[in-house]
Design a protein around this ligand. Structure first.
Ligand SMILES: [Zn+2]
Length: 257
């Protein structure tokens, strides 16, 4: 670790940002292929319109998109701006995590979780699912890391409390809550423990109702076309990762007394 401490902080931050761009580029592959049950390893990147393979130099996150003017070099079809947005968002999130956690075990866990949250958000908005290939490994990761960071009792409690609450909601609401949401919140509970999983649900429900009301009243959308719950749960998880301790402290001091 000593050689890392010798690296100037801005250089380290820049390296984290570039790493984030690369992870974001892989996140794009996952977002595109996981819902279609395609391999995320093979084949290499290709244009969705003309299927030509993307040249290595045209495959640099963010930079290539800008240089190519957002078009495929072979067929000039417009490439969705979602791709560079996902890359930039992932890089910014990793940089923010680096500022918050430093180079620590917490950052290592965060560097796995944050890109997964980006992928979940994008897939849930487009396909209204949270794939098992993310949530099931997430549950294993949550229970393993949780047992180490918060103890296995709290980890298990968070798992059952989150999963149990959403399962009950699914039964009561007759399908208003999807199986992906249940597995997601069970994984979050296992990682964060019982207090913070309640915070995730509270923040998610709060943001979801505000945006939902906006969509219904201002955009005149029907209940069926609303943004699904996953992105709000992911945002709630992110906020809890950064500010969970302070928010719970505030709650205990001011509201419980
Ligand atoms: Zn093309």
């Amino acid at each position: 670790m000593e050689f890392i401490q010798a690296i100037p902080y801005p250089v380290l931050a820049g390296a984290v940002f570039c790493f984030g761009l690369a992870v974001g580029s892989f996140a794009n592959v996952c977002i595109h292929r996981l819902p279609r049950k395609e391999s995320v390893v093979m084949p290499g990147s290709h244009c969705p319109a003309c299927s030509s393979a993307v040249r290595p130099l045209d495959n640099i996150p963010l930079v290539s998109y800008i240089f190519l003017g957002g078009k495929c070099r072979d067929c000039a079809t417009r490439i969705s701006p979602i791709y560079p947005v996902i890359e930039a968002a992932t890089a910014i999130l990793l940089l923010a995590g680096f500022f918050k956690f430093g180079l620590s075990f917490d950052f290592l866990v965060y560097a796995v979780v944050a890109p997964a949250l980006v992928i979940i958000t994008a897939i849930d908005i487009e396909h209204q699912i949270i794939p098992d290939v993310i949530t099931l490994p997430g549950i294993i990761l949550g229970l393993t890391v949780g047992s180490y960071t918060i103890g296995y009792a709290d980890s298990l409690l968070g798992f059952f409390l989150g999963g149990g609450l959403f399962y009950s909601l699914a039964v009561l609401s007759n399908g208003g809550m999807g199986g992906g949401d249940i597995k997601y919140i069970a994984a979050a509970g296992a990682l964060l423990g019982w207090q913070k999983v309640l915070l995730v649900i509270f923040i998610g429900a709060f943001l979801g109702s505000i945006v939902g009301l906006f969509q219904i009243i201002v955009q005149k959308k029907s209940r069926k076309s609303l943004i699904p719950f996953g992105p709000f749960l992911a945002t709630g998880t992110l906020i809890t990762l950064f500010y969970g301790n302070s928010l719970i402290q505030l709650y205990l001091e001011y509201l419980v007394g």
